[in-house]
Design a protein around this ligand. Sequence first.
Ligand code: PEP
Ligand code: MN
Length: 330
Amino acid sequence: MILHVKKNAPLQELRDFYQATSFTTDTHEVLVTSSSIKAFDEKHADFILFSQALSSDIQLASSEYLNTLREVKIGNEITIGGDSKNTLMITGPCSVESEEQIEMSAKYCVEQGVKVLRAGCYKPRTSPYTFQGLGQKGLILLARMRDKYGLKIITEAKDSTHIDEVIEYSDIIQIGAKAMYDHGILKACAKSRKPILLKRGFGSTLQEFVQSAEFILSGGNPNVILCERGIRTFETKTRFSLDLCGVAYLKEHTNLPIILDPSHAMGYSYGVADLARACVAMGIDGLLIETHPDPSVAKSDASQQLNFEQFDALHTSLKPIANAVGMQII
Ligand code: PEP
Ligand code: MN
């Protein structure tokens, strides 16, 4: 159950009574209890401005609670969700590898009119014997690209040891698929007010995915963006299976903007453009596409990254598709 209570309510008492989490807005306090609680106690009636019982622990994120798409701002200039009808293009390499490589990517973003550069510095690799990312050196390089080229930066946190650093350096914090359940990360992101791109764990149900988002929302950060990046199925010919049915579910039942990542779902560059066009046709809020100045030498995810020529062709082809569903690529 969601309760909006007056600012002068005995918050600690209410929190204990309902075993609720809470956060403050400009006008009131929001308490969220387990969805198994269906009504408040009459003795608290004087403090309660609004109450709603929800059918599951998808509560703050649900369209039952908020029947409009939440707006998320990236800095002052970029808006997704709300009434914006924007599909935000995000591109860049899987990993920051060197200053030269990330600068080529940053320049390419500017040339393409792409406003958000992505690249990982703390890579959640499956093998300990592969490139693990440049760590803080990479963050510093990304910050340099932001300052030099006026881009926004998105980079991922893979565990809570470096989450504060990632929050400090980035404009959007990406929570990697393998980190979707990391409560150190979720808690730190809940305290921040920066936009959080939460990737779906590849073995997670939609319920579990949105419940992870609830940890951030119920901690007081409303700027959550969901990211579908493929789930594991019985199929092995592609890296993962992009769950577009899941996207339809999320659009219908949640109030959070959705960004799709066909690169990690497909795992091979040859399928990325077709998938990206299918994603944009669903009227989504953004697209994350991995690109590299020379994918053949990429230190991570080499097989799926597009070269600049391939991205250029894809980018051009997306604009009329977005327009056809009432959206615009920004
Ligand atoms: C990435 O974005 O480079 C990445 C590692 O993604 P995921 O967490 O979806 O595997
Ligand atoms: Mn990658």
